[in-house]
Design a protein around this ligand. Structure first.
Ligand SMILES: Cc1ncc(COP(=O)(O)O)c(C=O)c1O
Length: 378
């Protein structure tokens, strides 16, 4: 049996919606992007949302409008996709890696506090794999020390922290719409924004800081000469992507429900499994289950990489857990001594999970996993 690792979820109606956009001729950033932004903001509980070309661009622009400059420091987890740190580097600033909580694998607020220096400007918690970070202590710490919080919510569209939607906490939360995420536009990102002036600036910055949008100029009845009050970037989303995004938003509840059901089935199936721990579930969170990550306990009779190889030979695609950025050559020398990060980097692997994964496929994954771990234990 073949079990892919992930697959985006479409109904089949998306093609017709996209064909309409192409037939209408407005394929770059225009009315559909504006409609997608409104729908997205309403869904995540933010006053506004600004669409961009990726979550990496979203993070970069969110840091930029937070005033992050060369010489500044931004506190991030090392246990994250490398884009988290790269967005800091794109501002010319320095990522400072803080350790994660050993159970949630999200930023440990006490480690964040220890990492603060006089150069710190922003704390960037990551809601890793769609599990919200423990935001209350992080927001309290930021308020106390005069720092801004920019959330890396790449995997957290639809997640909740203590019954508050991720996106509603403010001031800036950045989401990914890559196909590996909860909903997708092919490539794309969204910034949930609480300050209207910041939203206006973000909308300019994403198109070279031009002070008039293509849509406004196109709709004007007079000649419009644009101006550039500052330097900007090109991080535009297209109307084709936004159309796909609008279709996906309508499926979000169904996608979240399917993911939750599959995750619960995995957790039940792993209850008796030797050497493998299901993901920790803090009471404060309603997560998206963007991925299902298990921990291979120390002392397990099989090495994680060997287990992944064996599962792949059986047709089951897995991935290592979240990477540790500071262990990559690109960030060599940045930090050592992140014990919880390094343990997670060694022990965690992710099992296939996507809407459309059948119960038979899932049972096969569980059976193969148990067979390899137990067979070697015997
Ligand atoms: C935690 C995290 N941050 C940022 C990103 C970057 O997202 P994008 O590919 O949309 O730029 C990802 C994507 O994998 C991610 O997992």
């Amino acid at each position: 049996m073949e079990v892919p690792f992930a697959r985006p979820y479409f109904t089949g109606d998306e093609g017709a919606a996209l064909a309409d956009v192409v037939a209408g001729g407005w394929v770059s950033q225009g009315p559909r992007v504006a409609a997608f932004e409104r729908a997205f903001a309403a869904r995540v509980g933010a006053p506004d949302a600004v669409a961009v070309s990726s979550c990496t661009s979203a993070l970069h622009l969110a840091l930029y409008v937070s005033g992050v400059e060369p010489g500044d420091e931004v506190i991030v987890p090392s246990l994250s996709f490398i884009a988290t740190a790269n967005s800091v580097w794109q501002c010319g600033a320095t990522p400072v890696f803080a350790d994660v909580d050993p159970l949630t694998y999200n930023l440990d607020p006490a480690a964040v506090e220890r990492a603060i220096t006089e150069r710190t400007r922003v704390i960037m918690p990551v809601h890793q794999l769609g599990l919200p970070a423990d935001m209350d202590p992080i927001l309290a710490l930021a308020a106390e020390r005069g720092l801004t919080v920019v959330e890396d919510a790449a995997c957290a569209v639809g997640a909740e922290y203590r019954s508050q939607r991720i996106g509603s906490l403010g001031p800036l939360a950045c989401f990914s719409l890559h196909p590996r995420k909860v909903i997708t536009t092919g490539e794309g990102g969204m910034i949930a924004v609480h300050d209207p002036d910041v939203a206006t600036r973000l909308r300019r910055l994403r198109q070279h800081a031009m002070d008039v949008s293509d849509l406004a100029r196109h709709s004007a009845r007079d000649v419009v000469i644009e101006h550039y009050p500052e330097r900007g970037f090109n991080a535009r989303m297209t109307d084709m992507q936004a159309t796909l995004g609008l279709c996906q938003l309508e499926l979000l509840d169904e996608i979240l429900e399917a993911r939750r059901r599959l995750a619960e089935r995995y957790t039940a199936g792993l209850a008796e499994a030797p050497h493998v721990d299901p993901p920790y579930e803090p009471a404060y969170a309603r997560r998206t289950w963007q991925s299902y990550a298990v921990r291979l306990r120390p002392g397990a009779p099989i090495d994680r990489l060997e287990l992944m190889h064996r599962l792949l030979r059986d047709g089951v695609a897995t991935r290592r857990g979240v990477m540790a950025i500071h262990r990559e050559v690109a960030y060599a020398g940045f930090h050592a001594g992140l014990p919880n990060t390094e343990t997670a980097d060694r022990e965690v692997l992710m099992l296939p999970l996507f809407p459309g994964l059948s119960d038979d496929q899932q049972d096969y994954v569980l059976e193969r996993l148990a067979t390899h771990v137990v067979a070697l234990a015997a």
